[in-house]
Design a protein around this ligand. Structure first.
Ligand code: FAD
Length: 440
């Protein structure tokens, strides 16, 4: 019999959203998950499955039953010939990397952190960069889904293909993802080279940067022309690191957090902070190399608010220059650094922000120095207005103000996804406040 806990508080990683689920479960088997769903059906309760709790929005919150997948985290099968791995959906990617490494395998791309689960990554459409690479859910070749009525669906291109096309970015609203099979590649090393540039140079030469580096991205420092370009590419070089405690922690974290806190009283300082920290930390060329997952991921030290929309790749320059112009004409509007700009290949996943188009993701942030929120609504609104104007689609994990009407315009396959969801979950067992805004 599965044991439930009362009085558990859930908070996301950034501590920007939280909830008090009525009951909290940590099942260890499919049977226990089924038991929770049966109880929910009997008592007419809603259910939310949570993975690593890293989504910076309320997408993983509920006041009903919460199922935490942390104990369903095994590697079930490794097919070294096909280079595929089947895992339970609650596995953290940080636990998966060493297990793949034992078989000489790795994932071809990763987001910035690995404390996220396989189920969560495909819940919200996690992405990184690399115009020849899709978002992480494009690595999924099969999955199993436990639906509201207790049925298990095996989904792939050849079995329940329509559900598969929906479930690779599922928002947690189709059922409980139990297992996922991921396409891997042979283990590889990456070299990272970062160097300073300007916004005009990068925007004028985007195609050339995209050709030069497999995993190209750049960081723009708002209230300035400054850009840090980051190239990541396959290498045979031995591991090396340019990490330095003094610069990375003492300056890049402790001093920065203190100055950002001071700037919460003197917002005019933010432009200066952005330029000063670029000069301090980003004007030198830096190089490092290591196993791919060590280079793809980095330590995110700051709790922060974020928005991250995917826009058609060809709109990158227009959108960034417009954001820059808005900040210049509204000197009271402040923007923390960096604006991170990444690129991904288009795909055919119904609710993927990159559905049918190569995309540019433009991630804006506002830090929370010592947990303090800094006013951001004007900046957020200006950004969202530009993103909508250029045909953007928001990242599902990150806060946005869109509702069903917006999504119907943004996603050609939105009604198809809704029909699949309504068929699999007719009573809305897997909905929460976030998803109601999406679907109603
Ligand atoms: C520091 C930091 C860095 C980040 N970097 C990036 C980045 O580089 N790129 C990027 O795209 N995103 C990034 N994100 C966002 C992150 O990748 C997503 O929020 C991802 O969904 C988190 O995975 P999770 O396991 O924590 O999922 P959760 O937040 O726990 O859940 C996400 C969604 O998936 C659902 N879900 C989870 N598991 C299951 C399951 N087994 N069955 C059914 N539903 C399930 C949940 O209900 C919810 O709807 C970052 C977040 C943080 C905090």
């Amino acid at each position: 019999m599965v044991h439930g806990y009362k009085g558990v508080k859930f908070q996301n990683w950034a501590r920007t959203y939280g909830c008090c689920p009525e009951m909290y479960y940590q099942p260890t088997s499919v049977e226990e998950v089924r038991e929770v769903l049966a109880l929910a059906r009997q008592q007419n309760k809603r259910v939310k499955v949570v993975g690593g709790g890293h989504s910076p929005s309320d997408i993983a919150c509920t006041d009903g039953f919460m199922i935490h997948m942390g104990k369903m985290n095994r590697v079930l099968q490794v097919d070294t010939e096909k280079k595929q791995v089947t895992v339970e959906a609650g596995i953290l990617l940080s636990d998966l990397h060493p297990q793949l490494g034992k078989h000489g395998l790795a994932l071809s791309n990763l987001g910035a952190v690995s404390d996220v689960t396989a189920g969560g990554v495909i819940g919200s459409g996690t992405h990184n960069t690399g115009i020849k690479h899709g978002i992480l859910p494009t690595l999924v070749v099969a999955l199993t889904l436990l639906t509201a009525d207790g049925t298990i669906l095996e989904c792939s291109e050849s079995s329940n293909a329509e559900v598969f096309q929906a479930a690779r970015v599922h928002l947690g609203c189709l059922g409980v993802i139990l297992t996922i099979t991921l396409q891997c590649v042979p283990q590889f090393h990456l070299q990272e080279i970062s160097f300073p540039s300007t916004l005009d140079e990068v925007l004028d030469n985007l195609d050339s940067h995209l050709k030069k580096s497999e995993y190209f991205r750049f960081l723009w420092f708002p209230h300035s022309e400054n850009v840090s370009v980051i190239y990541q590419d396959h290498t045979n070089k031995p591991p090396s690191s340019s990490a330095n405690w003094f610069w990375d922690y003492a300056i890049g974290f402790y001093l920065l957090e203190f100055l950002l806190w001071i700037s919460s009283f003197l917002p005019g300082l933010v432009g200066w902070i952005n330029r000063f920290f670029f000069w301090l930390l980003f004007t030198r060329k830096r190089e490092s190399s290591n196993l791919s997952h060590e280079i793809f991921t980095y330590e995110c030290r700051f709790k922060q608010h974020v928005q991250d929309w995917a826009i058609p790749r060809e709109k990158t320059k227009e959108a960034l220059l417009e954001l820059k112009a808005v900040l210049e004409t509204h000197p009271k509007m402040v923007a923390h650094f960096p604006v991170e700009v990444r690129f991904t290949r288009g795909d055919d996943i119904l609710l993927s922000p990159c559905f049918q188009r190569d995309s540019c993701y433009m991630n804006i942030i506002m830090y929370r120095p010592y947990g303090k929120d800094i006013p951001r609504l004007d900046y957020w609104l200006a950004y969202e207005t530009i993103m909508k104007k250029v045909g953007g689609r928001p990242h599902w994990a990150k806060a946005h103000n869109c509702t069903r009407k917006d999504f119907e315009k943004m996603y050609p396959a939105f009604t198809k996804f809704c029909a699949i969801r309504e068929k699999l979950d007719p009573t809305g067992m897997f909905l929460n406040a976030y998803l109601e805004k999406v679907f109603y």
